[in-house]
Design a protein around this ligand. Structure first.
Ligand SMILES: *Cc1c(COP(=O)(O)O)cnc(C)c1O
Length: 398
């Protein structure tokens, strides 16, 4: 008999009862250091006072009114994003995939409005992940996610990551823009080089096409700047965010320059739930923390400390972890053993991590961690690595 909860996940047999900061506690009372953060989403950790208070207060007043009416909290949140980023205007939705759908629709409509309706295609990258809707599995391009779901939504072309010439060669008169994660998350924590990102901006300007960034995972402060592309000193035309932006409350957004935002006229795009008062309250509470003076500098310091520790770890355990990669607090350990084995070993030691593509163990802790949590995570990873290290007898037998 099938489980009532649809079995589209291989769930780990742990149920968490509550959380506090970077820690989760399961129903058996076990304590875990959470370096997965619900897949880079619980940006303020668990049970954050200001976030939970903002949600509770707003829930008591009014949760939802629809976008038929003004939502002051959403107006304020949008204004804050505009002030803090390249964007002139913001559309709120409910997830990363939905944000990317809006982003691609905005790209196509911008071109159509500019008298180039034939420009509909978007160049995406090998190893990308953009979500699970019919169009976004096509944008993702991973055969595993497409299998069995019928005709692949047309309009996405794939080229190798970090290869400018391949991008140039893929541009045709039907190209509307480029969509890229500045740091690929699901694909295995692969950062785009800063020169690649700058090159993409230049190519978009040269060909008159749009640069779209998917910062659903790497944005919202995770790299030590509010948005990852800031490290390259470039600005996109349009960008999607989601995961960390409301600290675990479901929320996504499309941030756009004016000429792109103008394409989404009334009636052209919408959402029932997006940017409702409750989500906006959560989003504002997260920004209160992330934009507080010194927060991102502190995060950057913490991330560099963790980075040094991870490199020492890989040097100590080359038979288990071959390389540390990533940026800020979106980090990965390339594994020499199956990443599932490393993940299980870490969990057995009390550390939660997330597997990623390319046999990588992903570390995406809450943004509020400090050196103490890093020290603990490094110690637990060290013990996990020892669990995974093949014994001399096993090596000799090979
Ligand atoms: C998670 C993710 C998505 C999809 O977000 P959902 O909220 O699961 O729809 C899209 N892009 C990137 C880069 C992601 O990490």
């Amino acid at each position: 008999m099938i489980a009532a909860l649809m079995p589209n996940y291989n769930r780990i047999d742990i149920a968490f009862e509550h959380g506090e900061g970077a820690y989760l506690f399961d129903s058996a009372g076990r304590r875990f250091l959470d370096f997965g953060a619900g897949i880079a989403t619980s940006s303020l950790g668990h049970g954050h006072r200001a976030l939970t208070a903002a949600i509770a207060d707003q829930a008591k007043r009014v949760m939802h009114v629809s976008n038929l009416y003004r939502v002051p909290g959403a107006e304020r949140l949008a204004q804050r994003y505009v002030a803090a980023s390249f964007a002139d205007s913001v559309f709120f939705c409910n997830s990363g995939a939905e944000a990317n759908e809006g982003l691609v629709k905005a790209m196509r409509k911008t071109m159509a409005d500019a008298g180039q309706p034939e420009r509909t295609r978007v160049i995406c990258f090998d190893g990308a992940f953009h979500g699970r809707t019919l169009a976004m599995i096509a944008a993702t391009g991973n055969a595993k996610y497409l299998a069995g779901f019928g005709p692949v939504v047309d309009g996405f072309d794939h080229v190798p990551f970090n290869d400018l010439q391949a991008v140039r060669d893929a541009i045709t008169p039907a190209t509307a823009g480029i969509l890229i994660e500045p740091v690929q998350g699901e694909g295995g924590i692969r950062p785009a080089s800063l020169s690649f990102l700058r090159g993409l901006r230049a190519i978009c300007d040269e060909f008159g096409i749009l640069l779209g960034l998917d910062e659903v995972q790497c944005g919202m402060g995770r790299t030590g700047k509010l948005f990852a592309h800031e490290w390259a000193g470039i600005e996109p035309d349009v960008m999607s965010i989601a995961k960390g932006m409301a600290g675990g409350f479901p929320m996504g957004a499309v941030l756009a320059k004016e000429d792109v935002a103008r394409a989404l006229v009334p009636g052209s795009h919408g959402t029932t739930f997006g940017g409702n008062p409750l989500a906006a309250a959560a989003g504002n509470a997260v920004l209160d923390v992330v934009l507080a003076p010194g927060f991102l500098d502190q995060l950057d310091d913490t991330a560099r400390y963790l980075w040094r520790g991870l490199n020492a770890l890989t040097a100590r355990h080359p038979a288990v972890f071959t390389q540390a990669r990533g940026a800020g607090l979106i980090l990965g350990l390339k594994c020499a053993v199956p990443n599932a084995e490393a993940q299980q070993a870490a969990m057995a030691e009390g550390l939660l991590t997330v597997a990623a593509g390319d046999n990588v163990l992903r570390l995406v802790p809450p943004l509020i961690i400090g050196q103490a949590e890093c020290d603990e995570a490094l110690a637990l990873l060290d013990r996990a690595a020892r669990r995974c290290t093949p014994s001399l007898a096993q090596v000799a037998a090979k």
